[in-house]
Every structure is written in C-alpha cells, then in structure tokens.
Design a protein around this ligand. Structure first.
Ligand code: TYC
Length: 101
C-alpha cells in the first residue's frame, strides 16, 4: 500500500504592479524669456535644441505642455530642480507634476 503523505502546498502568486508614472508639466508665464525656458529644458531634461523649442512653444501657445514622464520621485525632483534653476536667475517659470491616468 502506498502510505506516502502528500503535503498540501499553497502557492502564492506575487503580483507586482508597475509604479504609476508621473508627468512633468511646463507652465507658461508672461515673464520668463523664451531662451531661458529652452536652456532649462535642455539642461534638466536632456532635450535637443529642437525638442526644447517645440515644448517651449507649445507651453507658450497653449498654456502648458507635458515635458516627459518618469517615476514619481524622479518627476518631482526634476520639476523642483528645473523650477529652482529659473528662480536662481530671477524668473517665475514653473514646472509641476501629476500622475498619469
Ligand atoms: N511666454 C513667455 C514669453 O513670452 C515664454 C515662455 C514660454 C514662458 C513657455 C514659459 O513655459 C513657458 N516671454
């Protein structure tokens, strides 16, 4: 007779959700010179001159433009650094973040 005992096994499936990404948004204002916006976009977001100009002009015309998406921490630190870079030069340029839907 087979008297072997089969132990019940419990399998736990670990579901790891992808972290929600956050958008960095550039807001328009009436005071920051276009060239300053372009320089900050290139410096903080590694954009080419052409990309930076397009993003700047979109924010200028429409009021805001999504610059890029990152994990929450990276988005927030990039937005803060870029805003600080403008403040240091005396401009009110503002970058914000918001979660992606
Ligand atoms: N509107 C600004 C000007 O005319 C330029 C500007 C563009 C400022 C985009 C902010 O996010 C911005 N000098």
């Amino acid at each position: 007779m087979d008297d072997s005992v089969t132990k019940p096994t419990t399998r736990t499936r670990v579901r790891t959700e992808r972290p929600r990404l956050h958008k960095v948004i550039l807001l328009n204002d009436d005071y920051t010179p276009r060239e300053i916006v372009v320089v900050i976009l290139k410096g903080e977001f590694r954009m080419s001159e052409d990309q930076a100009r397009r993003v700047m002009m979109t924010a200028h015309r429409r009021g805001a433009c999504v610059v890029a998406v990152f994990t929450k921490d990276v988005a927030q630190s990039k937005a803060t650094n870029a805003t600080d870079a403008a403040r240091k030069q005396g401009y009110p340029l503002l970058f914000t973040t918001e979660p992606e839907e």
